[in-house]
Design a protein around this ligand. Structure first.
Ligand code: LLP
Length: 431
């Protein structure tokens, strides 16, 4: 995390957070652009060091915007989309369509048609009925113009994370089961389709994973199954889920050592597969989202009402809330909340609940946060590690406007998403 204090002022790459808040208003999500490009380069250099064919595909659901997509393109990243909206954003940013992968457990016919018409030729299938659907919709493509497909399978691996973001287990709406025959049937059906080329396997085990064990177990299970059914793959897509540090108690996924272990195991399993006859090393794809964006950003709010309930609690209300910060109400996620300006008189701290301004008791940003005893209306607070699944999960509940987003780097600060306007809140209303 590259936000630090300089003379009592929280700064990013030499820019004072309070200056950025004054210019763009609050709430504002401020990204360290250099951190994100650094993470993209890190994934490239780690995978590159293993001398295998690979690609790094950013999961755009974590945070997507035209400028973010441009940054990804400049860093040689590929892109995952799960909806026509994510695809539209990518295309509007000029992202190369051949590097876009279309995911989702329920792609609608309209989405598939739109994707095919705009040149997407790479789908991750997640449902037996989808095979016929995509093949049928692709039938109008030029002769020789074919669609590459992976199937999303369920490697039956349990992971240690929140139930809502755990996806690799048998009982899941995602993926096709290896054990009940669905995944094998999918491949047989794809091979009987005129327009589809089966390229390999995809799985995503879950999110916020802090070690390589589930990835290693998934490789073992998948290759045992590939051997059992004598299936060849060109691509192995291991999904995302590499954990980040929201608070000091969290362990980041160790990218270097983690991939040393994962790729080492893959090479081993591949060499021993087919009773020792071995196979080609597949093209390895990974799909990090959170680990690229989360720790890159803070959300800055202005403090409003401070309510002391003697002997009970102190509530510090800010000018946003669950409309831009849903992960705490939804998953009980913990964050660090820090003052943007640390004055010398603010050394005494009081445990406080930081809450939003929306009409829900569950609109909580953080409970029992130590904040300056003299905190008052107009002070600024920064919530750390809000770069992933914050803006992208923001809502207009209570007709709140979605916040502004800015990118900062050594060379300056630039707005990448403007704050929503009042007019935009009702622009689709029939009047
Ligand atoms: N690939 C696939 C197929 C995915 O479904 C996901 C996330 C990713 C990659 C990226 O995972 P990441 O590296 O970002 O953990 N809203 C939840 C997270 C939902 C993740 C859904 N899929 C949260 O705020 O924690």
């Amino acid at each position: 995390m590259t936000f630090n204090y300089s003379a009592g002022e929280l700064s990013i790459r030499g820019h004072k957070i309070s200056d950025i808040a004054a210019e763009y208003g609050t709430p504002v999500i401020i990204y360290d652009e250099t951190y994100m490009t650094g993470m993209m380069r890190k994934y490239h250099s780690v995978l590159n060091s293993h001398n295998i064919p690979y690609s790094v595909s950013y999961a755009s659901k974590a945070f997507s915007s035209v400028q973010m997509i441009k940054l990804l393109e400049a860093e040689n990243m590929e892109l995952d989309v799960v909806s026509v909206g994510e695809l539209y954003t990518a295309l509007a940013a000029g992202f190369p369509v051949q590097d876009v992968h279309f995911h989702g457990n329920n792609k609608t016919p309209e989405e598939i048609e739109y994707a095919l018409a705009h040149g997407v030729r790479f789908f991750i299938l997640d449902g037996l009925d989808e095979i016929e659907l995509i093949n049928g919709l692709a039938s109008g493509l030029d002769d020789g113009d074919r669609v590459n497909v992976l199937i999303r399978i369920n490697p039956s691996v349990e992971v240690n994370t929140h139930d809502y973001i755990s996806t690799g287990q048998e009982d899941s709406k995602f993926g096709l089961s290896l054990s009940n025959g669905a995944a094998k049937l999918a491949i047989d059906n794809i091979n009987n389709c005129g327009k589809l080329d089966f390229k390999g396997i995809h799985y995503h085990l879950g999110s916020q994973l802090d070690d390589s064990t589930p990835f290693i177990n998934a490789i073992t299970n998948v290759y045992a199954w590939l051997d059992e059914h004598n299936i060849d793959i060109e691509i192995l897509n291991m999904g995302g889920g590499y954990g980040v540090r929201y608070t000091e108690d969290d362990v980041r996924f160790p990218i270097e050592e983690g991939f040393d272990a994962i790729i080492g195991h893959l090479k081993d399993v591949v060499a021993k597969s087919r009773n020792g006859a071995g196979r080609e090393i597949p093209h390895v794809m990974i799909e990090p989202g959170r680990s690229i964006a989360a720790e890159a950003a803070v959300t800055v709010y202005e403090v409003g009402t401070v309510k002391d309930i003697p002997g009970v609690a102190r509530y510090v209300s800010v000018d946003g809330g669950m409309s831009d910060h849903i992960r705490t109400p939804l998953y009980g996620a913990e964050y660090e909340v820090i003052p943007v300006v640390r004055s010398s008189s603010s050394s005494k701290e009081v445990s406080s609940h930081v809450v939003g301004k929306l009409c829900e008791s569950g609109d909580i940003i953080g409970k029992d946060k130590n904040l300056p005893a003299d905190i008052k209306r107009g002070d600024l607070l920064a919530v750390k590690t809000t770069g992933a699944y914050h803006y992208s999960m923001a809502s207009n509940y209570n007709q709140m406007r979605k916040p502004a987003v800015v990118f900062a780097c050594e060379n300056g600060v630039r707005q990448v998403i403007k704050r929503q306007t009042l007019e935009q809140l009702i622009e689709n209303d029939v009047r």
